[in-house]
Design a binder for this molecule. Structure first.
Ligand SMILES: Nc1nc2c(c(=O)[nH]1)N[C@H]1C(S)=C(S)[C@@H](COP(=O)(O)OP(=O)(O)OC[C@H]3O[C@@H](n4cnc5c(=O)[nH]c(N)nc54)[C@H](O)[C@@H]3O)O[C@H]1N2
Ligand SMILES: Nc1nc2c(c(=O)[nH]1)N[C@H]1C(S)=C(S)[C@@H](COP(=O)(O)OP(=O)(O)OC[C@H]3O[C@@H](n4cnc5c(=O)[nH]c(N)nc54)[C@H](O)[C@@H]3O)O[C@H]1N2
Ligand code: SF4
Ligand SMILES: [Mo]
Length: 735
């Protein structure tokens, strides 16, 4: 740990943004003023290893930003909902005290519950913070106690998470550190360099020792550009590529049948399925866009390296492949590859999607779902899939069920948004905004900044950053549990999620002790003993050092090799990996390979992507991050073929549209996407000239497994509006 400067001290915190790296962050604090003066990556953290990503390296600019929300506010009477010109947003609101805010919210929620039933209240949150407390603790207690609708938090990882759990029974993979041991690394639907940067040094270490890195991604990310090979797959066709790989592996005798017999249920059916003629590399080539000889070579390289006793073949599959209609099946198929070849027996082999299930935190003690039984409902409340927010706010009624997953029921009358920029991140945003504009919808937003969602709030509350409260952290990309200690006092009157929901709970349910727990007490509850868990944690060490690397079962050599023996499959039905039903490739309705009506009207596949320098829409409002993106103007990235067919040149203003919406961007012709695919970045809506972002085009359709979002199954058409070259040369030169 670095030496503190005189009159200053260093506090161990954790970056709680929604990132697999969950970095340890050391904050230097001026002991006299209490002001943070520096943030740095924790050198003692085995994955952070002393550096932070570009997004968080200058975090104090965010913490002390002049445009932070600092006080509770309420909408001025008569002020319509929706954005005011930038910089003038606050004119719609007037400052109130926290006490007034809590009174107003408590009275309104009680009245709404009384008149329309408690399920007419909908919490809406995602991953502004992924801390155990901030993501889900006091907030859930309160909504459960009220009997409010439950939110199915499906917007990011539920398709892949559910798919992986169906195959393996739990979610665990090799550690980032173990990637250094590999000889072959497949990054499949993941942008490691942009989204998971702390894995990169381990990949580079492996490459210095001769490893090959192959990236499978329809978009030429920084990661793909830096790889040994980039396979620019057509979106939504990964299941077919995985099956074609299995075809070659079974055909050429590279499968480990002894291991499959011991550890996998249904492997013979999978073998017969993979060997079918429709899964030959030739047939797969036509649909995936990857040449047959390349598939042959990839499959043989993977099969051979997986069977090596010297060094491993490892797959970093990421969430990109599960954000499409067949995303769950795609994750099932890819995650079966290391079972077929038994690469789990190699140190650092197997597949990494998520580690989230191994942390032995007692989240049910934090969230107390049993409270629903004590609520006026007296039963579990209805569940609303968060990807269907547009439908829930505009079409749901006691007589109308707007989707297969949402039964008819009370109209949503109150929406409590926290940890989430719902107006910008939810699919089909034209529908979402129509809902948020409703005069009869009471909307509370707890936020750090004046986001698109705050523009629609009736009550706005200021939220703390991770420097300003206590937290307990797991990770979905490594196995280090961490404590984040409060480094500085909250800015203005900001309160943590626990602080806000605790106060509201105490006001609505006076005397109920569950709402009085402090952050430290909640952490103790989360770490309190429960039934047997896969991993163990040393609570004292965690409190003392701020971090503790989980201990998992080890083999006789003292090495943790997940899924290398049947004992690891204790959490599935059969006690083995579940390969049935065998994964079938089905072309997404919104894809070029489909015969659908959509495919005829809107011929281009659209990737509405995350920015390398933002975190979803977080950071999109900071000038420094906008400069790092270099393109303040929204870009539509296109291939020459599609551009020339439409008479479009770089710098032209273009309209991108489908049946759901229309947005305006500036065209940029280059090699980032292949023919038939266009891409644009996710951003704040109000930063665009037309006040719209990419989600005006995405749909509320759900994935095949897990009810996930299908952002990357979106068809569009593009037309030129105006020839206009307002782009900086620098941005043009980038590609
Ligand atoms: N800089 C930065 N870091 C982030 C985030 C951010 O917004 N910015 N967001 C965070 C969050 S919330 C998450 S969930 C993670 C997600 O990080 P990732 O799991 O990496 O997910 P994505 O960026 O959605 O998608 C990864 C890649 O998949 C590609 N892809 C799209 N469709 C397909 C397909 O059909 N097949 C294949 N093979 N690839 C496809 C995309 O082009 C993209 O480059 O990153 C986190 N880290
Ligand atoms: N088109 C398209 N849409 C997408 C995606 C995509 O790739 N493309 N990605 C999807 C994915 S993977 C995800 S995870 C979602 C992310 O959706 P969100 O979780 O909504 O992510 P952000 O846009 O980063 O917004 C999080 C907000 O939480 C606030 N916040 C941070 N910490 C706290 C806190 O402690 N308390 C409170 N109350 N607020 C806090 C931040 O200021 C920020 O405005 O977006 C999804 N939407
Ligand atoms: S956003 Fe990710 S990489 Fe950046 S500091 Fe946070 S955890 Fe680390
Ligand atoms: Mo996400």
């Amino acid at each position: 740990m670095s030496q503190p400067r005189p009159n200053s001290h260093v506090v161990h915190t954790v970056c709680t943004h929604d990132c697999p790296d969950s970095c340890g962050v050391l904050v230097t604090v001026d002991s006299l003023t209490g002001r943070a003066t520096k943030v740095q990556g924790d050198p003692a953290h085995p994955v952070t290893r002393g550096f932070l990503c570009g997004k968080v390296a200058r975090y104090l600019d965010r913490v002390y930003a002049p445009d932070r929300l600092l006080y509770p506010m309420r909408r001025k009477p008569g002020m319509p909902k929706g954005p005011l010109p930038q910089g003038r947003e606050a004119e719609a609101f007037e400052r109130i005290s926290w006490d007034t805010a809590i009174d107003l919210i408590a009275e309104k929620l009680a009245a709404i519950a009384q008149e329309h039933g408690p399920e007419s209240i909908l919490p809406y949150s995602y991953a502004g913070t992924i801390g155990q407390l901030g993501f889900g603790s006091m907030d859930r207690r309160l909504f459960h106690r009220l009997g409010a609708s439950q939110l199915d938090r499906t917007i990011c990882s539920s398709a892949g998470g559910e798919a992986l759990t169906r195959v393996y029974g739990t979610r665990v993979g090799p550690t980032p550190q173990e990637f250094a041991l590999a000889k072959l690394i497949l990054v499949w639907g993941g942008n490691v360099h942009g989204n998971n940067i702390h894995l990169w040094p381990f990949i580079e270490q492996a490459r210095r020792n001769g490893a090959r890195l192959i990236v499978i991604d329809p978009y030429r990310t920084r990661t793909a550009a830096l790889a040994d090979e980039h396979l620019q797959i057509n979106p939504g066709t990964d299941t077919l590529l995985a099956l074609a790989m299995m075809h070659v592996i079974f055909r050429d005798g590279l499968a480990d049948e002894a291991y499959l017999r011991d550890c996998a249920d249904g492997w013979e059916q999978l073998r017969d399925h993979a060997l079918k003629p429709e899964h030959t590399p030739e047939r797969a080539a036509a649909i995936t866009g990857i040449a047959a000889d390349v598939i042959e070579r990839l499959a043989r390289a993977y099969g051979l390296q997986s069977r090596s006793t010297e060094a491993s073949a490892v797959i970093r599959v990421n969430y990109g492949i599960q954000r499409g209609e067949g995303g769950g099946t795609a994750v099932r198929a890819v995650s079966m590859l290391p079972l077929v070849t038994s690469s789990w027996k190699q140190r650092g082999g197997g597949v990494l999607l998520s580690m989230s299930k191994v942390f032995p935190f007692a989240s049910e003690k934090l969230q107390m779902p049993e409270l629903m039984r004590q609520s006026p409902l007296g039963r579990d409340a209805r569940v609303i899939n968060m990807n269907e927010l547009g439908l829930a706010l505009t079409e749901l009624s006691p007589t109308h069920s707007p989707s297969a997953t949402m039964p008819a029921g009370p109209v949503v009358k109150a929406l409590v948004v926290y940890n989430c920029n719902a107006a910008a991140v939810a699919p089909d945003s034209e529908r979402v905004l129509a809902g948020l504009r409703r005069d009869d919808l009471f909307t509370v937003v707890h936020e750090q900044f004046f986001t698109d969602t705050v523009d629609y709030a009736d009550i706005v509350l200021p939220a703390t950053t991770f420097l300003e409260h206590e937290e307990l952290m797991g990770s979905y990309g490594h196995r280090v549990a961490q404590r984040s200690f409060k480094a500085i006092e909250p800015s203005g009157e900001a309160r943590s999620n626990v602080g806000f929901f605790g106060a509201l709970g105490q006001r609505m349910f006076p005397g109920e002790a569950i709402f009085e727990a402090t952050e430290k007490e909640l952490i103790a509850q989360a770490l309190s003993p429960r039934g047997p868990t896969l991993a163990t944690i040393d609570v004292e060490a965690l409190e003392r050092d701020g971090q503790f690397e989980l201990v998992l079962p080890k083999n006789e050599q003292g090495i943790t090799l997940p899924f290398s023996t049947p004992a690891w499959f204790a959490h599935t039905r059969s006690g083995k990996a579940e390969l049935l039903p065998v994964p079938e490739f089905i072309a997404p309705i919104e894809s070029r390979s489909s015969e659908s009506h959509e495919a005829k009207s809107f011929p281009l596949e659209f990737l509405p992507r995350k920015a390398d320098n933002y975190m979803n829409t977080t950071f999109a409002n900071h000038a420094v991050h906008q400069q790092m993106e270099r393109r303040s103007e929204g870009m539509l990235e296109m291939h020459e073929t599609d551009a020339s067919a439409r008479g479009i040149a770089t710098g032209d203003r273009v309209s991108i549209f489908n049946a759901r919406g229309r947005i305006t961007l500036t065209a940029r012709i280059g090699s980032s996407v292949g023919a038939g695919v266009v891409a644009a970045r996710l951003d704040w809506q109000k930063l665009a000239e037309d006040g719209k972002n990419v989600n005006a085009l995405t749909s509320q359709r759900l994935t095949d497994i897990g009810g996930g979002a299908t952002f990357y199954s979106t068809l569009v058409e593009v037309e030129k509006i105006a020839a206009n070259s307002r782009l900086e040369d620098e941005a043009m030169a980038a590609d």
